[in-house]
Design a binder for this molecule. Structure first.
Ligand code: 5AD
Ligand code: SF4
Length: 467
């Protein structure tokens, strides 16, 4: 049965552990298989690690194939429409597999489930989905899954606001030497195009002690690289009972023995403090990489987007970052085709791309999201025009990235080896401190080690080198 009552965080964690135990007993030595598909950002990817952790504790094992799994989970994203269409498409396809294997259970969770119109549609037209839950009650997965196995039919449990931050639940990682750690949840910025604040709720920070405890445990289990996650890490800690800044947190994380590299995501340009720039300079473990979403280079559009900075301020931050740490790689997010975007606005974006000299960028065509202020703006851009500009932006970006990469040819970079190369088994793939993708010849025994690699060639999206 669905439980309405919300205990305190410690009680909630105990309840989930008890549900995991009951499921273990229920499975009685059987090992059903599961398959999780994750759409969207690193926050979602980390949530999926938590879901997998809970399932494996219960006794589920990872399936090689979605169609053959006993439990199929979609951890969804709603930032852009494409990601949503994909989920509906896959559900249609899975329906036929469920007919062949009636024991197959299908669960949906993540950001898309926090949109009321999605739930309506699922209730009406996707009755074969067994479990639907949202972002705020993800930690209750064990209990919800137990209900699904107990009582057939569709179970929907969506909360419209977050409860307490529940700590200490299991989680598993794809790699043993790299891990993500949430430092905060939610977003208060309400950029006018973005749906995240509506589906992830208001900003909440984890206590620094909990974060450090988790990182110490990770370090003890062999993790070398930590990625701190939050929608806007610059406002980390402001609302805690004993407020602490993100820069102060970085100093604390730096002290954890065994951790060699610290990264973080994402940082909003509007409240990036000089203290943070100093921390990056002073903490050698903090990687010289900064992800600084630009969105647009047009002052007029930045206002319409509610971003609270202008082109000059953005470029000034870029200058200060590279002044403090000359090797700093700067990456960004850019949206093309925001309502009202003219050719002049677009050219302002291109101008920032050239002046900032980005090391990489995620580029998006604006996607209208129901419920956001930008969706109600009347001057939506002609999709053809947006596409033309988008393609032009990619050409400029390639040029800028090539120029930036050239400086690395002939240099030796420290590369944390992640895997054997997908295309050539004699090659390895890893990341430099600046987050560059580096391919080089080597044996799989180097996976998980940090090794020096001399860069021979740059190919825009990756570097090729020699050990
Ligand atoms: N359309 C296109 N891109 C978007 N993003 C957020 N909302 C939208 C939208 N409605 C992009 C922003 C953000 C990144 C995670 O996704 O660039 O930084
Ligand atoms: Fe969305 Fe803006 Fe919050 Fe980022 S900062 S999640 S773009 S509202």
């Amino acid at each position: 049965m669905k439980r309405e009552h919300m205990g305190n965080a410690a009680e909630e964690a105990l309840m989930q552990k008890a549900a995991i135990e009951r499921m273990k007993n229920f499975l009685a030595g059987r090992h059903p298989s599961y398959y999780i598909t994750t759409l969207g950002c690193q926050m979602n990817a980390h949530d999926s690690e938590k879901l997998a952790g809970i399932l494996e504790e219960m006794g589920f094992v990872l399936s090689e194939q979605e169609e053959a799994a006993d439990l199929v989970v979609y951890n969804t994203c709603c930032v852009r429409e494409n990601a949503e269409l994909k989920v509906y498409g896959r559900l249609g396809y899975l329906k036929s597999y469920k007919k062949k294997n009636p024991n197959m259970k299908i669960a949906l969770c993540g950001c898309m489930m926090q949109e009321p119109h999605v739930i309506e549609k699922l209730k009406k037209s996707y009755r074969w989905v067994d479990l639907i839950f949202g972002t705020h009650n993800l930690y209750r997965f064990a209990e919800l899954l137990e209900s699904v196995y107990e009582t057939p039919g569709q179970l929907i449990d969506i909360w419209d606001a977050p409860g307490e931050i529940v700590e200490d639940l299991p989680s598993i990682r794809k790699t043993s030497f790299k891990a993500s750690v949430n430092i905060m949840f939610g977003c208060n910025n309400f950029c006018t195009y973005c749906i995240v604040p509506y589906v992830r709720g208001r900003e909440r920070s984890r206590e620094p002690e909990e974060i450090i405890k988790e990182i110490q445990c990770l370090a003890a289990s062999g993790v070398k690289e930590i990625q701190l996650l939050g929608q806007n890490v610059n406002s980390y800690g402001k609302t805690l009972q004993n407020p602490i800044s993100f820069a102060q947190l970085l100093y604390k994380v730096s002290e954890v023995e065994g951790i060699e590299r610290i990264r973080f995501m994402t940082s909003h340009p509007k409240d990036l403090s000089p203290e943070l720039i100093d921390a990056m300079k002073n903490c050698p473990k903090v990687c010289p990489h900064f992800h600084l979403p630009l969105q647009s280079g047009s002052d007029r559009l930045l206002k319409e987007m509610n971003r609270h900075y202008d082109k000059a301020k953005y470029l000034d931050i870029v200058r200060r970052l590279r002044e403090a740490v000359p090797e700093m790689a700067i990456t960004t997010d850019i949206i093309v085709g925001f309502p009202g975007e003219t050719r002049e606005d677009f050219l302002e974006t291109v101008d920032v791309v050239r002046k900032a000299g980005f090391d990489n960028a995620f580029t998006f065509i604006y996607s209208k999201r129901e419920g956001t202020p930008a969706a109600r703006m009347e001057n939506q851009v002609d999709p053809e025009e947006a596409k033309t500009n988008f393609e032009e932006l990619l050409v400029v970006l390639k040029e800028v990235m090539d120029q930036r990469n050239e400086r690395l040819v002939g240099k030796t970079l420290q590369v944390l080896v992640e895997d054997v190369n997908n295309h050539d088994a004699s090659m390895l793939t890893g990341r430099s401190e600046g987050n560059y993708l580096v391919h080089f010849k080597g044996g799989s025994e180097l996976i998980g080690q940090t090794v020096p690699v001399k860069i021979d060639e740059q190919l825009t999206y990756y570097l090729v080198g020699t050990l």
